[in-house]
Every structure is written in C-alpha cells, then in structure tokens.
Design a protein around this ligand. Structure first.
Ligand code: NAG
Ligand code: NAG
Ligand code: NAG
Ligand code: NAG
Ligand code: NAG
Length: 655
C-alpha cells in the first residue's frame, strides 16, 4: 500500500510547489495563464500595437510584413529579461493601428550562427495558406466587428452523450466543409439525435490535413481551412443555443516538427518549447515533445487552454495522447497488464504528470463546470480523481479497450463463438470511482486500414442491398441488428458517458482517408455521406432512428449518470446478457438462431415493466415481433442475485 500511495503524495507535493511558484512569481495564476493577452500581438486602447515573443536562443528579432513592405530590418524587437523580446508600433497618423486587419506578418529571427529565419508567432491567432503555397502565413486578425457570442454555456449534463466530429469531413462532398456548413447542416442533426455534447477534432491549426489534426502547427489558431475564427465562434454559439456543449480535442502531448509554420526551432535552437533531442522527439510520430518543466512552456500551454475557453467559449477538452506524456517510453512497445509497478516508478514522466494536474486544477478552478476527458490507453490509476487527492484531475477517461474488443470480435469470431463473459468483462472492467466514456467506435476505428462497424458487419452488400425496395438479405439483417445491439450494450453497460463518431450513428460505410500523396490527394474517403440517411428508400435512416431513440431513452432514465449496472446474467450458451441500471432492465439475446420463451430474468425493483426501446421494431429495421402493450409483472422469486424476477420472451436478433 505504501508503494502506491507515496508517489501520489509526491505528485501532490510537486503540484503544490508549482502552484506556489506561479502565485509568487507572475502576479498570480490568473494573469500567468492569460498570457495570450500579453504575447504575440495586442492592440492597446490608443491603437498602438504591442508585440512580445519568447525566443531565448535568438540574437535578434525583427517584425516584417505587408505593413512595412516586407522590410526585414526596419522593425527590431528589443530584448528584455529571460529571453523575451518586445516591440511597440505606434498608430498611424490617422490613429488606426499600424498593421491592418487581415494582412500578413512574420517574425524574422537572427540566430547565433548567422542564419535569418522566417517564423510565425507561436501565439498567432489566425494563419492561412495560399492555394499554391506549402507554407502558412501569419495573418493579423483584428476584425472591426468581431462576432460576439450571446448564448451562455449550457448547464453541465449529468449524462454525457458525445458526438465526435470533424468539421472538414462533415459533408458528403469530396472537399473541405466549413464551420458554417457544420452550423447549418450538422448541428440540427446532432440536436435531433439527442447528443448533448460535441467533441471537435482538428480545430487547432495543423499544416498537414492528413494528420487528422494531431500534428499542430499553430496552437492558438482555429484552422482556417474551414473558415474564419468568427465563423467558429458562431458555430459554438449556435450549439450552445441548442443546449449542446462543445469540447475541443486539445493536443498538448506533442507538436508538429515543422519549422517555418510550426513551433519547432522557433528561436533557431532545437530546444526552446521542447526538450532537446533525443528526449524531445517522438520516434513514432516524428513530432516534437514539450519540456513541461520549463516556465515558458507552462505559460504557453496553460494560456492555450484558457484561450480556447475565453475566446471561443469551449466547454472543456479531450486531452489527446496522454499515455505518451505519462511515460518516458511513451507507451511504445509497452503492454499494460494492470500491475501497479507499470504505473509508478522511474518510467513515469513526473513533469508531464504535474503539468496535467496543473491544467486540470486551473481549468476546474476558473471554470467549475469545465469537462476534461483523458485519452489514456495505459489505465493509469487516479487519472480521473481530483488533484487534491493526488489524482490527475480529469472528469472522464475514454474506455479505449471497448472499441478494440468489438473490432476484434467482428474480425475474428463467428457468431456462435462470441465469448459473452469476456464481452461483459470488457464493458465493466473500469476503475472504481473513475468515470469512463464508453464507445463502440470512434474516429480511430474508422481510419484507413480499418473500417466502421457497419462495414465490418455488412461490407460490400452496403453498396447494393440497403434498399427497402428489395428483400433484406441475411448479411444486411444480421448487420442491422448487431449494429444496434452493440451500440446499446456499450451505451448501457460501458461507462458514465457515451461517444459516437460522426456518421456511425446511421451505419456509415467504408473508412476514412485524408488526401495525401499515397492516395493521389483524393477526398473520396475524407467525407461523411449524410446523403445516405436522407434517402427514404435506404435503411440507414432506421439505424439513425434507433440511435436517436437510444439517446432519448437515456435522457429520460439517466442510466449514464447512475451507478454501474448490476449484471444478473451473462449466459455463455444462450448468449444472453441481462443487467439493470437506473431501474431500467436491459436484455440482449445475441444467439444467432435461438429464441427463448418465458425466459426468467432478474430484477431488483418489484412491479410492472414495459418495453421502452426495442431493437426489433420495424422502424429500426427489425422484425416487429414484440407486442409493446405487454405488461410484465415481477414475481417475488429471487434470481441471479436480485430480489425479484419475471418471465419474458427474447427472440434471436436475426434469422
Ligand atoms: C527543460 O527546461 C528546463 C527549464 O528551462 C531546462 O533546465 C532543461 O534543460 C530543459 N530540458 C531539456 C531536456 O531540454
Ligand atoms: C443484393 O445485391 C446484389 C448485387 O446487386 C443483387 O444481385 C441481389 O439480387 C441483391 N439481393 C437482394 C435480395 O436484393
Ligand atoms: C495515382 O495516379 C496515378 C496516375 O494517374 C496512378 O498510376 C496510380 O495508380 C494512382 N494511385 C492511387 C493510389 O490511386
Ligand atoms: C463543402 C460543402 O459541404 N458545401 C456545402 C455547404 O452547404 C451548402 C448548403 O447549405 C451546400 O450548397 C454546399 O455544397
Ligand atoms: C440534447 C438533446 O437533444 N436532448 C434531447 C434528448 O431527448 C429528449 C427526449 O426526446 C429531449 O427532451 C431532449 O431535448
């Protein structure tokens, strides 16, 4: 016990020390973590512009751009303490700012070796790329009439139902869709589907589209591929007006290795924001790793979180790649079995651990309703416990073993070989007192090389046999039924929140692949075919309807917010799973041919039960075999660990 507790106390001490130093040295944490109001470029009340950068290894810094005809020497920054540089541009004679809105800028960095480097400010709020150019430009963004968000953040829901989305692929067309398209075309769908939260990926600017938004080049810039910062603000505002929260998929675990439009070698050195190599390089991702023990890196990253909260009114974050941060080995070639020795010891990167504690502490202090989600495959204990307990302070973690299990089953097992006990184990195996987001598939499972659950289930027949106008084939029948059952089982049993990746709610076929050299820069798979669900003669709308009603049923009964389910049956031979949660009884028959009459199922609460959600309903592509007017009365006969039981007919899901 001692061996587990002492590192947790140690972490807490490190955090306290760090908080104390921040409070002492920089006029308090609030100011320190809002450094985006000091660095980069600021317009002052008199319309002078104040520029500030941290470039410790630089010999000299100049500002150049449209405003001075790209003169490389006319506007030097002056050096201040701790490797910082400042420059003030007085207003023009007409009192307007010296740099116009929507014009280009660059920082020119002179190195000790005599190089002259053109850089984008790490704090740039907007960067764009001209069609023929490969390199992004820093654009001075200071619109005369900025969009003002008017809708307050919705109340934090007790049941989190997350719609994971990517703006650029959110249309059926083979091109990049915009923030405005998303606002007009996708938000109403998300609302109708009953999701109360959107998790937005690929927002922080990434020069390489095919990185799926995970190789960030400009941390403070909302990707200009989809439109302007104001259009993103409007999108979030409209989501809020619908009662939907928006989480940002934030990537603080690493950064793109680009130099001209990324953070790498900003001041000419190979450290600056990052550890110097080899520690500062991720061997598999080919990207740079932050030095979380550096004061200026803490300023940059913590201010980045507050920037997205304050400027765009996000409601929280999904922190990407936590496992890579937590361990010096980054999880590469490591298998986690659950042994405590794997989570504590010299392999743990305490700097990162303290950074994550600090980030969660600051977010939850300034925004008590802020939601943070950790993407950690290792299963480190206490990731979702409060920092005051020595935890990392996240609200939720992604239950990453669940989607892998479903894919493995669909790839490898015949229906009669499904291991019911193992499925239930995977769905319920989570740390006591730490909340999980369950999901059957996220964007990860849809990436090229893999394919969506629907496509695993129905494959090529999705192209030819999804029409109502032709009889249901056995493959389509099985696929439709299992698609719904897998999702409902995951929803009911797998966690305290649920996540769906855009399009999979209606059984999106195929996979995701971004335009890149290897596919001749094709957008064919970088889109979501919402048109399929809108075609009345195709069966996609039935899966959509089930997903919608699954969420609406949850909204009514709140099982995600209830304590974990009580599993009363996991019958290996019958392939039956029965559990209750929030006084809702869930019954699944995964048997490929057998139906059961008068099958006894256990319930805790005595009384009358009725069918509320039935995957066999016609409207969901089922066979309509159950009578929803039936009332089920419990008998005071204890069964399978519950005080009462009753008899039900449970039909095989498919023929
Ligand atoms: C990380 O930053 C600290 C503090 O600035 C510095 O002392 C240390 O050398 C840096 N580490 C590496 C590996 O670059
Ligand atoms: C399924 O699609 C194939 C290929 O188009 C077709 O030959 C077959 O008749 C379809 N089956 C049914 C039952 O419609
Ligand atoms: C890309 O295009 C070239 C020439 O048109 C063709 O030879 C090649 O097979 C294509 N590659 C892919 C992956 O489509
Ligand atoms: C790329 C894309 O999705 N474009 C569409 C945006 O939305 C309008 C309608 O609102 C369509 O006409 C565009 O084709
Ligand atoms: C966020 C959301 O759309 N919630 C809806 C879920 O379903 C219930 C029941 O239909 C609606 O009342 C909620 O508005």
């Amino acid at each position: 016990r001692h061996s587990i507790c002492s590192p947790i106390f140690y972490r807490y001490e490190l955090l306290q020390k760090q908080l104390f130093q921040l409070e002492e040295a920089e006029g308090g944490i609030d100011l320190f973590t809002r450094s985006y109001r000091i660095f980069g470029v600021q317009r002052r009340p008199d319309n002078s512009l104040f520029f500030k950068e941290w470039a410790p290894a630089a010999e000299a810094l100049f500002l150049t751009g449209d405003f001075n005809g790209w003169d490389k020497f006319s506007h030097p920054y002056s050096k201040t303490e701790f490797g910082k540089w400042e420059l003030i541009l007085p207003p023009k004679y007409d009192k307007s700012p010296a740099v116009d809105h929507n014009t280009k800028l660059k920082v020119v960095v002179h190195t000790k070796e005599g190089q002259r480097l053109y850089r984008i400010s790490p704090w740039a709020k907007y960067v764009t790329r001209e069609e023929k150019s490969v390199i992004y430009d820093w654009i001075h963004w200071d619109p005369p009439q900025p969009y003002i968000q008017i809708h307050p953040r919705p109340k934090k829901p007790t049941s989190l139902r997350i719609y994971e989305a990517h703006v650029g692929i959110a249309s059926p067309e083979g091109k990049i869709a915009s923030y405005t398209n998303f606002t007009i075309n996708v938000l109403p769908r998300i609302k109708d589907l009953g999701y109360n939260c959107i998790q937005l990926m690929a927002i922080m600017e990434h020069a390489y589209y095919a990185s799926f938004g995970y190789q960030i080049t400009s941390f403070f810039a909302a990707s200009s591929r989809y439109g302007t910062p104001d259009e993103l603000k409007q999108m979030i505002d409209v989501a809020h007006s619908m009662g939907i929260l928006v989480l940002l998929d934030v990537v603080h675990s690493h950064a793109s290795k680009n130099t001209e439009d990324g953070l790498n070698r900003f001041d000419g050195s190979d450290s600056c924001f990052f550890h110097s190599p080899p520690r500062g390089e991720h061997s598999q991702w080919g990207s740079r790793l932050f030095n979380y023990s550096s004061w200026e890196v803490l300023r940059f990253l913590l201010s980045n979180l507050r920037w997205w909260m304050e400027e765009y009114c996000f409601d929280g974050f999904r922190f990407d790649g936590i496992t890579s941060m937590l361990y010096h080995h980054h999880g590469i070639g490591t298998v986690f079995t659950g042994d405590y020795s794997e989570y504590f010891g010299l392999q743990v990167d305490e700097d990162s651990v303290v950074y994550l504690m600090l980030a969660n502490h600051i977010l939850h202090t300034f925004y008590p309703d802020c939601i943070t989600v950790a993407e950690d495959v290792s299963g480190m204990p206490a990731v979702c416990r409060g920092v005051q307990e020595g935890g990392l302070g996240f609200d939720y973690r992604l239950a990453m073993a669940i989607p892998d299990k479903w894919i493995q089953i669909l790839k490898e097992l015949k229906d009669e070989d499904w291991d019911i006990g193992n499925i239930v184990y995977t769905l319920t195996n989570r740390r006591y007192g730490e909340k999980c987001i369950a999901y059957a598939e996220s964007h990860d499972q849809a990436l090229v090389g893999d394919k969506t659950l629907a496509f695993w289930l129905m494959d090529k027949e999705m192209y030819t046999n999804m029409s109502f106008l032709s009889p249901m084939t056995p493959i389509i029948d099985r696929g439709l039924q299992l698609h719904k059952m897998i999702r409902l089982l995951t929803h009911g049993l797998g966690g305290e929140g649920y996540l769906n990746f855009m399009g999979n709610e209606f059984g999106h076929p195929e996979w995701l692949d971004f335009p890149r050299e290897g596919n001749n820069h094709s957008y064919h798979y970088a889109r979501r075919q919402f048109n399929l669900v809108d075609m009345d003669h195709l069966r996609y709308c039935q899966l959509y309807a089930f997903d919608r009603d699954m969420n609406r049923t949850e909204d009514k009964y709140g099982w995600l917010a209830a304590p974990p389910a009580f599993v009363s049956a996991k019958h290996e031979e019958d392939k039956v799973i029965v559990f209750d949660r929030a006084n809702v009884l869930f019954i699944f028959n995964f048997h490929h041919i057998k139906s059961f009459q008068d099958y006894r199922v256990a319930v805790e609460l005595p009384g009358k039960y009725k069918i509320k959600l039935d995957s066999d309903e016609f409207q969901y592509g089922g066979h309509g075999r159950l009578d929803h007017n039936t009332e089920f009365f419990t008998e005071a006969q204890p069964f399978n660990g519950r005080s009462n039981s009753m008899r039900v007919n449970i039909l095989t899901s498919h023929f």
